[in-house]
Ligand binder design. Sequence first.
Ligand code: NAD
Length: 483
Amino acid sequence: MLNFPQTLPGVYINGTWQHGNAPLTVINPATEQPLAQVAGADTGAVEHAVQAAQAAFSAWSTTSAAERAVYLRAIAEGVAARREHLMQLQSSNNGKPLFEAGIDVDDVIATFNYYADLADALGVSQDSNVPLPSDAFSARVRREPCGVVGLIVPWNFPMVTTAWKLAPALAAGCCVVLKPSEVTPLPELELAAIIAESGLPDGVFNLVCGTGLAVGAPLAADPRIARISFTGSNAVGVQVMQRAAETIKGVSLELGGKSSLLVLEDADLELAVEMASGGGFFNAGQMCSATSRVVVADALYDEFLERLKTRAEAIKVGDPFAEDTEMGALVNQAQYERVLGHIDRGVSAGARLICGGQRPQHLPCGYFLRPTVFADVPQGSALWREEIFGPVLCVRRATSEAEAIAQANDTEFGLVASVVGQDPERTERVANALLAGMVWINAPQVIFPQTAWGGYKQSSIGRELGPWGLSAFQEIKHVVRAV
Ligand code: NAD
């Protein structure tokens, strides 16, 4: 178990660690005990961080992309070298099992390496010719870093959401002010230490741990920030967008979801149950991409529910550090109570509780919850329509392919979807009909840095990862010359 005897500095500006004036107590969700004290940032620290980033911009933005790639690779190597320690930080701060923390750390490494490769490629394509319909002119298009950017991230995949923003921002040549979640700052503090060791020039990367109001809000409003890249809830996303609007700054938003898994008539039931379990219970269901709605073909409904109940009840919930733990704790008391509230309202709305809904008996302390399955969930209920962000699966039946698609699309969100079925033509057709930014067919929720991340409707503005993630931090300039 990790031990932090002293208050940790929660501010890293211009290459220097500082103790900020706003103390944060970080809780271990598996024990409900304080894990660390962080001397976090107040609004004044945000001012200094933006100033430092702005001062560093002219030099950093004119480095070659190949030079930036060297730093990105060094960060990836630093993360790989501290893999075990970072996994422990993720698990003890967020409550997720160690094996899930390992997946997170590997994703971070892959993301930094991917954007290092893309930065190398950018060295070749930063300027490219634009064919024109006239011989009297020539034109080239140039991709330039958009400026100083503010990155604001949530607590559910600390470090991963950060890497998805930070790696492309640095690759593009932007300077950064990062605000991690005040609930889970420990992985980002370690990542900042790794970045410091990578030799990245002072001021290019700055970290301000603190609350949404003291740190996030002024960052979103600061006129010197060119772009805010935010991942979090829709309620806060609206506030970020409103503040950003005052100075017409660009926003990328990765927000909530209420995604579906469609089990078609010819589905392999074992696979369907595994996909439902993964999509609902990984990270204790605290995923924007949770497929918390499961729409099952009428003919398979009863058997699917029986098998899902067996699977859910077999999941080992407990100590994130125990080797056989499959599901850890929810992140904090507020989230725990929010999810329990959803379960209570679901029962009141007439949904049939198949299993779970309570704390496991053998775990009297910690924010642990048994994997929960509801069947026959009313279509208009909050359980079916609102993001729960906990280990709760809601199942409904569909009598046709068209009805299944209509149920899945009947939401204000559109982040992801999953489809299980054996007929390739049919599964492709269904995937094409779903209003979601990512669709997995007969596959777990695999995410590669090469594939775009983001959704339709109120789930997102913009896309992260892939070349799309890089272009979010670039301005486009055309230079036209008379020949
Ligand atoms: P949150 O919106 O409460 O907080 C996110 C971040 O915003 C935190 O760092 C927080 O301190 C900061 N913040 C809070 N108030 C702010 C303000 N007024 N101005 C600026 N920043 C402010 O979200 P959360 O509870 O940390 O995370 C859960 C949410 O994140 C869920 O809704 C989930 O769907 C979403 N999420 C989305 C994705 C995605 O890729 N679409 C990924 C992960 C999480």
